[in-house]
Design a protein around this ligand. Structure first.
Ligand code: NAD
Length: 481
C-alpha cells in the first residue's frame, strides 16, 4: 500500500479507552481491493459495556452548562475542519467517492457540529397559562438519555455528525455503530473528539462485522433511550420491531425512490445539471439521489439528448485521481443490483441510451447509464437502484406526473424543474415527500430539516427540529400557590 493514511485508527473506543478485539475484520478500498486496515470485530458484550459507559457518563454530561457542551462541540468542529484533507482521503480510500466529494462531505458533516454547538445554547422550555389560579404549568426540555446511532457506508462521516452533534448538544451520551464497510472515517472522527476533550463515556464507538448482534443489544437494552438509524428500509423496520420491547424512541432515515420531474417549461440546461448532480453524485449511492427521471412529452427527446451528451462525459475512475467524478460502487452486490435493474428494464422494452455495463476499469466500476422509455412495470420504477442508472419515463400532464411521482411507498426527496409559478405551487403541494427541491438538484444542508415520510422514515435531522429528537418534555404542575 502507498503511504499510510493519516488518522488511521485501528481500534474501537469504549469508556474512554481504545479497545482491541479478539477477532478483527478487514476494511478494503473498493477502487483497488487492497486492505486498508484490520479493525476490532466486537460483539454483544462490548456493546453492553459501551452502553453502560454512556449511562455512567450521562449524569455529569447533562449537568454541564449548555455553553460548556457548546464549546466542546465547537472545538470538535474546528478539529474536523483542520483535518479536512486527512479525513477526506481516508473516506475516499474506504468508500470510493471522488476526493472533491469527500472534502465536501467533511465540510457538510462538520457543519452539523458547528450548528449544534450554537443550538445547544437555545434549548428552551416554556411556561403555559395554567388551569387554576393556584397552579402554574412549567415545561422542561430534558435530554432523552443514552443514544445509539447506527449509520450507513454511503456518507461515512456526515451520517454520524447529523446524529451525534444534536444528541451531544442536548446533553445525551452516544454509542455509535458505524457501517462495516466504512469504519475508518468514523474512528478518525471519534479520535478527534477524544483529542478535544470529550469526557470518557460520552462518545463510544463499537466496530463490528456482524451488525445484527450489536443491533440486537442497542435496540433491547433498557438503558438506551433512543435509536437513531440511517440505512435501508428493511433493516429499519427490523430495528423498529426490536425497539418495541422497551418502547424506545426511534429516528429512522431510510430508503428513497426520488422522482426528478422535468416539465415542458423547464430550463433544460439547468435541469440536466440538476439531474447529473442528483443522480450520479456518489455514483448514485445516495438516499436522496434521483431514482426515476420523469420528463414531459414536449421536451422528452430534447432533454434526453442533452442528458446523454453530459452523462457520457462523466469521468469514471479511482476517486483519488484528478478529474474523476464517479468512483467505484461499494461492492459486487451493488453492481449486481444495478445490472439486474438494467436487464429487467431492457427485457421489458426499455431503450439503452448510454452505458449499461461494468466499466472497462473492472472491479466495481460501472458505466454511467441512461435507459429511456421506462414504464411502471419495470423494477426501477419501484425499487431503489442505488447506482449510476437514470431510468427515464415519459408523461403528458401535471396530474399524471404527480401521480407517478407519488406511486411508491417511499417519500424522502423529490425534485422538479418548471417555470410557471402556478404549476410550481401545485406540484410542490401535490408531492408526498419530506423534502422537495424546485429547480435545484442538491438540497441537503444542516439548516433545514432532513427526513422522509411514508416508509422513508421517522424524525428529522438538521435545523432546530433535529435537536428536539434528542429531548423529552417534562411537564411540571406547581400547585398550592
Ligand atoms: P443497511 O441498512 O444495510 O445498513 C445500515 C447500517 O445498519 C450499517 O451500519 C449496518 O451495519 C447496520 N445493520 C445492518 N443490519 C443490521 C441489523 N440487523 N441490526 C443492526 N444494524 C444493522 O444500509 P446500507 O446499505 O449501509 O445503506 C444504504 C441504505 O441507506 C439505502 O437504502 C439508503 O437509501 C439509506 N440511506 C438513507 C439515508 C437517509 O437519510 N434517509 C441516508 C443515507 C442512506
Amino acid at each position: 500500500m502507498s503511504a499510510e493514511p493519516q488518522l488511521l485508527i485501528d481500534k474501537a473506543y469504549v469508556a474512554g479507552q481504545w479497545r482491541d478485539g479478539e477477532r478483527r475484520f478487514a476494511v478494503t478500498n473498493p477502487a483497488t481491493g487492497e486492505t486498508l486496515a484490520e479493525i476490532p470485530d466486537l460483539g454483544a458484550e462490548d456493546a453492553r459495556e459501551a452502553i453502560s459507559a454512556a449511562a455512567d457518563a450521562w449524569p455529569a454530561w447533562r449537568r454541564r452548562t449548555a455553553k460548556e457542551r457548546a464549546n466542546l462541540l465547537r472545538a470538535w468542529f474546528d478539529a474536523i475542519m483542520a483535518n479536512q484533507e486527512a479525513l477526506a482521503r481516508l473516506m475516499t480510500l474506504e468508500q470510493g467517492k471522488p476526493l472533491a466529494e469527500s472534502r465536501g462531505e467533511v465540510a457538510y458533516g462538520a457543519s452539523f457540529v458547528e450548528y449544534y454547538a450554537e443550538e445547544a445554547k437555545r434549548v428552551a422550555g416554556e411556561t403555559l397559562p395554567s388551569h387554576g389560579v393556584d397552579k402554574r404549568i412549567l415545561v422542561f426540555r430534558e435530554p432523552i438519555g443514552v443514544v445509539a446511532a447506527i449509520t450507513p457506508w454511503n456518507f461515512p462521516l456526515a451520517m454520524i455528525t447529523r446524529k451525534c452533534a444534536p444528541a451531544l448538544a442536548a446533553g445525551c451520551p452516544v454509542v455509535i455503530k458505524p457501517a462495516e464497510a466504512t469504519p475508518l472515517t468514523a474512528l478518525a472522527l471519534v479520535k478527534l473528539a477524544e483529542e478535544v476533550g470529550f469526557p470518557a463515556g460520552v462518545i463510544n464507538i463499537v466496530t463490528a462485522s456482524r451488525p445484527a448482534e450489536i443491533g440486537e443489544v442497542l435496540t433491547t437494552d433498557p438503558l438506551v433511550r433512543k435509536i437513531s438509524f440511517t440505512g435501508s428500509t428493511p433493516v429499519g423496520k427490523k430495528l423498529l420491531t426490536q425497539c418495541a420491547g422497551t418502547v424506545k424512541k426511534a429516528s429512522m432515515e431510510l430508503g428513497g425512490n426520488a422522482p426528478f420531474i422535468v416539465f415542458d417549461d423547464a430550463d433544460l440546461d439547468a435541469a440536466v445539471e440538476g439531474a447529473v448532480a442528483s443522480k450520479y453524485r456518489n455514483s448514485g449511492q445516495t438516499c436522496v439521489c434521483t431514482n426515476r427521471v420523469l420528463v414531459q412529452a414536449g421536451v422528452y427527446d430534447a432533454f434526453l439528448e442533452k442528458l446523454a451528451a453530459r452523462v457520457t462525459q462523466l469521468e469514471v475512475g479511482n476517486g483519488l485521481d484528478e478529474g474523476v467524478v464517479q468512483g467505484p460502487l461499494i461492492n459486487q452486490a451493488a453492481v449486481e443490483k444495478v445490472e439486474s435493474h438494467i436487464a429487467d428494464a431492457l427485457e421489458k422494452g426499455g431503450r439503452l441510451v448510454c452505458g449499461g455495463e461494468p466499466h472497462a476499469l473492472g472491479g466495481t466500476f460501472f458505466q454511467p447509464t441512461i435507459i429511456a422509455d421506462v414504464t411502471p412495470e419495470m423494477k426501477v420504477a419501484t425499487e431503489e437502484t442505488f447506482g449510476p442508472l437514470a431510468p427515464v419515463f415519459r408523461f403528458e400532464t401535471d396530474e399524471e406526473a404527480i401521480a407517478m411521482a407519488n406511486a411508491t411507498e417511499f417519500g424522502l426527496a423529490a425534485y422538479f424543474y418548471a417555470r410557471d409559478y402556478r404549476r410550481i405551487w401545485h406540484v410542490m403541494e401535490g408531492l408526498e415527500y419530506g423534502m422537495v427541491a424546485v429547480n435545484e438538484g442538491i438540497l441537503s444542508t444542516e439548516l433545514a430539516p432532513f427526513g422522509g415520510v411514508k416508509e422513508s422514515g421517522l424524525g428529522r435531522e438538521g435545523s432546530r427540529h433535529g435537536l428536539d429528537e434528542y429531548t423529552e418534555l417534562k411537564y411540571v404542575c406547581v400547585g398550592g400557590l
